[in-house]
Structure formats: structure tokens, C-alpha cells
Ligand binder design. Sequence first.
Ligand code: KIV
Length: 293
Amino acid sequence: MSKPVTIQDLQAMKARGERIASLTAYDYTSAQIVDGAGVPLILVGDSLSMVVLGHDTTLPVTLEEMIHHTRAVVRGTKRALVVADLPFLTYQISAEQALESAGQVMRQTGCRAVKVEGGSDIAPTVRRLVACGIPVLGHIGYTPQSAHLFGRSRVRGREFDGGLQLVRDALAIEASGAFAVVLELVPRQLAAEITRRVSIPTIGIGSGVDCDGEIQVFHDVFGLFNDFCPRHTRRYAELAKQIDDAARRYSADVRAKAFPGVAQTASMDGDVMAQIRACLDRDQMASPSVVGV
Ligand code: KIV
């Protein structure tokens, strides 16, 4: 088995021009599958708030819930670098709060990095985390924890001021010591420019092919989540449809007594069963009022 992926391995991939294919995972089974497929970076994204817990946004998910899911993902991962999202308002209040939250996640889960959203504003916090030995993945562009600020216009940086600010944000995140940065819903020309200007890997989502890597949500790419399908995703499987079909066939078989079959059923020696029956019948004749109460 090859060695666990390090942040240096990801940076070497950028240097070699080898793209970093990343996915989210939220539990032991999905982590095993994604890790087994050779994906080098697994994010336990706070998108679990929507795709696993059924909330409308990423805001309600708690640190405890993130820890619970990240522990399962780490147990299912042998090689990939597992990064956990720090949820809404568990790191924005102060650098000390961020350190406390990141420390809790790393100590209790065994993940090897955390992700925080924000640009120049969050850079001092990133610097503090890194100084304490915590690898940080940045996240700029569309930052879902600020969804209510953005409204319906999700693509960030199309205009001069916003575009320039995003490049400055990327540079600030790099300077603060983050090992890589997610670019979400950034126009592809701007994402390409950022990718050229920073030495750390850029991991795009809806930001075009010129980023150093790509990240997608497990439930989106494998067709498990149907509440909405973001434009930036591509379905590589239709698992919800397959499961729906399988669940209908299963129900029909159970109703028709076609399942379980002999292969799925425990059995016993017929003589032993006959002895048990005879014994029960004798007991019943001896004290008819007790047996069968
Ligand atoms: O929470 C998440 O899944 C994310 C990514 C898709 C970047 O932040």
C-alpha cells in the first residue's frame, strides 16, 4: 500500500502539473470507496449539513456533528489526506476560538488538516493555526457560510473590484501559510490567473480546468442528492435511481415471500425440531394454563 498523502505531496503535484482530484466524504463507507479509488484529498465538508442532515444551508451544522462524521471518515481512510471543515462561527470570532475548534477537531478525529472560509480577513487566523502546527486549506470565492450575504448571484469576482480583491485574498491566504486554497465559483479566467500567481495548489469547484485540482460533493457527482443539482457538477453515476429501483424490487420480493430465500436463511436439523415440538406438546398437556400465556 502506498504511503499516506501529505500536504507536501499535494504541493509536489502542482509543481509537476498533476491535477488533484478531490471529493467530499461524510462516513466510513464512502471514505473507504473514495480512498480506495486513489483520491488523494478527502474533505469532510460542512455541505454534510445539506446532503446528509437535510438542512437548507451549511450554517446549522455543529462542531460536534463535524467531529462525529470526520471520525468515521478517518476510520475509512488509509491513504488520502483528510481535511475537516470548521463550521460557521466556530473560527470567525477570534484566532483563539479558531485554535480551540481546530484543536478539538484534530485531537478527536485524527484528521490531518482543517478548512476555513475567507480571504484577507481570515488570513491572520490562518497564520495562527499554522504557527501552532495545524495545516489549513483556504476557501475563497463563493463561501457558503456567507450564503445569506450573496443572495442569488453566486459567482464571485466577475467585476473589477471583486476580481482584484479575490486575487489579493488568494495571495493573503498563501502568505498566511495555508497549504492549498479552494476557489469556488470563480470565473475561469480569474481562477487561472490566481493559479499562476500562487505557489500553493488551487482546488476549483465551478472555477474551470486551469485550477491545480478539482473538488466535488460526493452526493452530487454520484447522483445521490436530488434536492438541487449545481451547474458545476457532472453526474458520474445515478445512485439514487439505482437505489430506488433496488428498494422497489426488495419490497416486492418481501411482500411476495420471494425474499429471504434458502441462501439467506438459517436452518436446523428436522429431528431436533421434532423433539422440541414433542417436548412443548407434553408441557402443554401437563399444565395447559401455563403454556402459551
Ligand atoms: O462543504 C463542502 O463540501 C465544501 C466544498 C465543496 C469545497 O466546502
